[in-house]
Design a binder for this molecule. Sequence first.
Ligand SMILES: NC(=O)C1=CN([C@@H]2O[C@H](COP(=O)(O)OP(=O)(O)OC[C@H]3O[C@@H](n4cnc5c(N)ncnc54)[C@H](O)[C@@H]3O)[C@@H](O)[C@H]2O)C=CC1
Ligand SMILES: O=C(O)CCC(=O)C(=O)O
Length: 429
Amino acid sequence: MTDDPFENMLAQMDRAEEYADVDHSIFERLKHPERTLKVTLPVELDSGEVEVFEGYRCQFDSARGPFKGGVRFHPSVTQREVEALAGWMTWKTALVDLPYGGAKGGVICEPKELTQNDLESLTRRYTEGIRRMIGPETDVPAPDMNTNPQTMAWMMDTYSMYEGHSIPQVVTGKPLEIGGTPGRVEATGRGVSLVTERLFEYLDRDLSDASIAIQGFGNVGSNAARLLDESGANVVATSDVSGAAYDPDGLDVAALGAHVDAGGLIEEYVAGEYRGNADGSSWDDPDAITNAELLTLDVDVLIPAAVEGVITADNVDDLRASAIVEAANGPTTVAADKALTERDIQVVPDILANAGGVIVSYLEWVQNAQEFSWPLETVNAELERRIGDAFDKTIEQYDAKQLPDLRTAAYTLALERTAKAHEYRGLFP
Ligand SMILES: NC(=O)C1=CN([C@@H]2O[C@H](COP(=O)(O)OP(=O)(O)OC[C@H]3O[C@@H](n4cnc5c(N)ncnc54)[C@H](O)[C@@H]3O)[C@@H](O)[C@H]2O)C=CC1
Ligand SMILES: O=C(O)CCC(=O)C(=O)O
């Protein structure tokens, strides 16, 4: 089996093809990104050195509307990864029925080693590099790993400088003060929490009795943990790149959030070096475990919310969770997926589970176009309606067609919708 996320995305498509009502020639067309731009980004760092970074923007498919997708800053970014992520964006926007195609961007860098000035210079350089590709009607970036509202503000400002006037809707996930929407920062985590609740309703199980392990405590993982904790579930483990914290009686999610917001690592938290209150003392005393151990905990729900390719043929037999909700993009390889299906472990696929972010990005974009702003309650209600509807349609497809798993159900819907758009538009000769 391959570690290449693009091959994994193609293999997921192949698994769905036999059940999807899609002409094989159009299906073959859907396996190729429309275009990928590679940019070279020389940046003068605060240290005085000039470092040359590399970045990408892949526009995968635009049959259903403008390209849409986040920008990732991470040392392991590759062109293939960005192309896989752009493909997943295409299936995600189709599944949740947004009038968008799919795109993704990435810059190879280690943000932890860069100052705030360095990050601003790099972001502006990257935006300049891809600015002929993006635009409010063509391709609309958003945050992903290691990027945030501040990154989007720099992108919006750089793009606007070249255009000569402010164009807020060129990116989503902006700060509120420059056209962001309430609810975007926590939207992906909120969607993960809503989808987990729906899954438990569908399985006729009680979420308030459930134990949950979440790999990754960044934007998505921490918000999912907070909202699931608030809904009564028991978050027993979480992690970051430094390691994992585990307490079978349940973690103090609020304390962990305060620690991480103050710049703390999970390995410091489990060592008792707590940054959340003035005297540095911690009242939570979890065990230190590894990220690998977190994945195999005996829990009701496992939520991978960090990087792709963490559930593989090598560890799938050791997994003990009875359900998996994929908050990260592409956390499960196809080989592992088949094993999970055979073991009857329900997996809510990434293109459904983490779609809350792009749904609220769409709501931000619509508000920008209308030059009108909505209150948080309206945004959250619309998020719940849209992700709930996509969940129900995926379940209907799964039950009606007796499909092997929820990913196949989600992919058949997404592929059929995207193929239909190609047929109507006549992009297929
Ligand atoms: N931010 C968003 O709105 C969306 C994000 N996603 C996906 O969710 C995942 C997480 O994204 P964010 O929370 O935005 O990123 P983030 O940068 O805010 O947080 C990432 C978290 O994962 C941890 N991490 C990184 N590498 C790791 C590793 N090798 N092992 C264990 N933990 C590791 C980090 O320490 C951090 O806690 C990604 O797969 C991303 O593509 C999906 C949809 C939308
Ligand atoms: O909010 C968006 O437009 C895209 C978020 C994203 O990158 C993702 O869903 O993977």
